[in-house]
Every structure is written in structure tokens, then in C-alpha cells.
Design a protein around this ligand. Structure first.
Ligand SMILES: [Zn+2]
Length: 218
């Protein structure tokens, strides 16, 4: 019921960018399927994020970064029409946190931006990294670059900020479309994953610390 409504909502084309997919027949595809299957079987999320025996850590991280990118993209898609320069003139998480955008192109100095602009730049940047085959090799014959773990930390740290903004400023919208359980499940999965591999600093996780301690305890 609620979940169906949520899925229908997605199918109406609310996403604003194509979903990144894995190529069938590749190791990443089977890892992706394996990760999905373990979630659907209802096993403990804390266990589901652990590296399966014999698998490569970078492959496992790559699969999760892409999955989280897709899922967070969908989640933001459901609130994006309520997130404007007027409702959200800064990329904040409540009054205590504001994120400044910086990149190597147009924002060399950290800059305060309206949340929708910040998130657009963030998602474009993350998508560009994921689609860059020298950074995220498609084939397992191509090795991951040495910078891969650092890059993934940065991607996940930035994606986390979308959770912060959605939870703190747009959670009423999530509740009104019946997606609360879905978003919480995605958040829990994300939280356990980054904790398992120590991919986001405690300081970065602070804005949602209280909520994490409530919903991420099993
Ligand atoms: Zn907003």
C-alpha cells in the first residue's frame, strides 16, 4: 500500500537522472545482485554490509557507492519540488550546520549556495565520478586507481549531506507520501555500510547522530 504508492511515485518519472546500472555478466553485477538478495531475505543489515568471503573490497565498495547514489537520488527526487531557493536558501541541516560547495571548476572557494543548487552540483559531480571508467573501472581487468578509497569516502560523505538535508528539512514530505520506512531502511543500510568500513568521519555524521542512535541499533 504505502510502498506501492511510493514506487508508483517513482515510476511517474520523478527521478531527474538516469539510473546507473551494472552490466549483466560482470562481477560487479553479481555482487550487486548478491547485495540486493541479502537485503530482501530480511537478514540483519549490520551483517549484510560485511564483505563476503573471497570478494574484493574495492568491488564491494564500488557496488555500494553506485547503489547508494541511485537510491539517494530517488529519495531526493521525491522532495525536490519542495526544495527551492526560497524554501532552502542554504544547504543546511538545521540551524547548526551549513555546507559550502567547492569544486575545481566554478567554485574554487567554498561557497554558500541554495540547497537545490548545491545538491544538483553534488549529484552531477558524483555521477561524473561513477561514470568515469578510469576511476570506476567497468571491467575487473582494469585495476582500481590508488585514489579509489579516498574518492569513495568523498562521494559517500557528500551523499550523506543529502540525507541530512532531506531528514531535517523535508521529512514531512517523505512521511506524506508514505516513504518513511523506505527512507529509514536506506539510511540504516548506508549508515551500517560507512561504519563497517570507516568511510565517513564521526564529525561528518554528527548532524544525524541522535537519529542514528535511535534507528540504527539492531
Ligand atoms: Zn531543501
Amino acid at each position: 500500500m504505502a510502498l506501492n504508492g511510493f514506487l508508483e511515485f517513482f515510476q511517474k518519472g520523478k527521478t531527474f537522472r538516469p539510473k546507473k546500472r551494472f552490466t549483466a555478466g560482470t562481477i560487479r553485477y553479481s555482487l550487486h545482485k548478491q547485495a540486493q538478495a541479502s537485503l530482501q531475505s530480511g537478514i540483519n543489515l549490520r551483517q549484510a554490509v560485511c564483505l563476503p568471503e573471497g570478494e574484493n573490497l574495492n568491488d564491494w565498495i564500488a557496488v555500494h557507492v553506485v547503489d547508494f547514489f541511485n537510491r539517494i537520488n530517488l529519495i531526493y527526487g521525491t522532495v525536490s519540488e519542495y526544495c527551492s531557493e526560497i524554501t532552502c536558501p542554504t544547504m543546511s541541516g538545521g540551524s547548526r550546520y551549513e555546507y559550502l560547495w567547492a569544486d575545481s571548476e566554478n567554485y574554487k572557494k567554498p561557497t554558500s549556495l541554495p540547497a537545490p543548487k548545491y545538491i544538483e552540483l553534488l549529484m552531477d559531480w558524483a555521477e561524473a565520478q561513477i561514470n568515469n571508467e578510469t576511476v570506476f573501472p567497468v571491467s575487473t581487468d582494469v585495476p582500481f586507481p590508488k585514489t579509489f578509497p579516498t574518492l569513495c569516502r568523498k562521494i559517500l560523505t557528500r551523499l550523506f549531506r543529502v540525507f541530512v538535508h532531506v531528514y531535517i528539512h523535508h521529512f514531512d514530505r517523505i512521511v506524506s507520501i508514505g516513504a518513511e520506512a523506505h527512507v529509514n531502511a536506506c539510511y540504516k543500510h548506508f549508515f551500517y555500510f560507512v561504519k563497517e568500513f570507516d568511510l565517513i568521519t564521526t564529525k561528518e555524521l554528527e548532524p544525524l547522530q541522535e537519529m542514528s542512535s535511535k534507528i540504527c541499533k539492531d
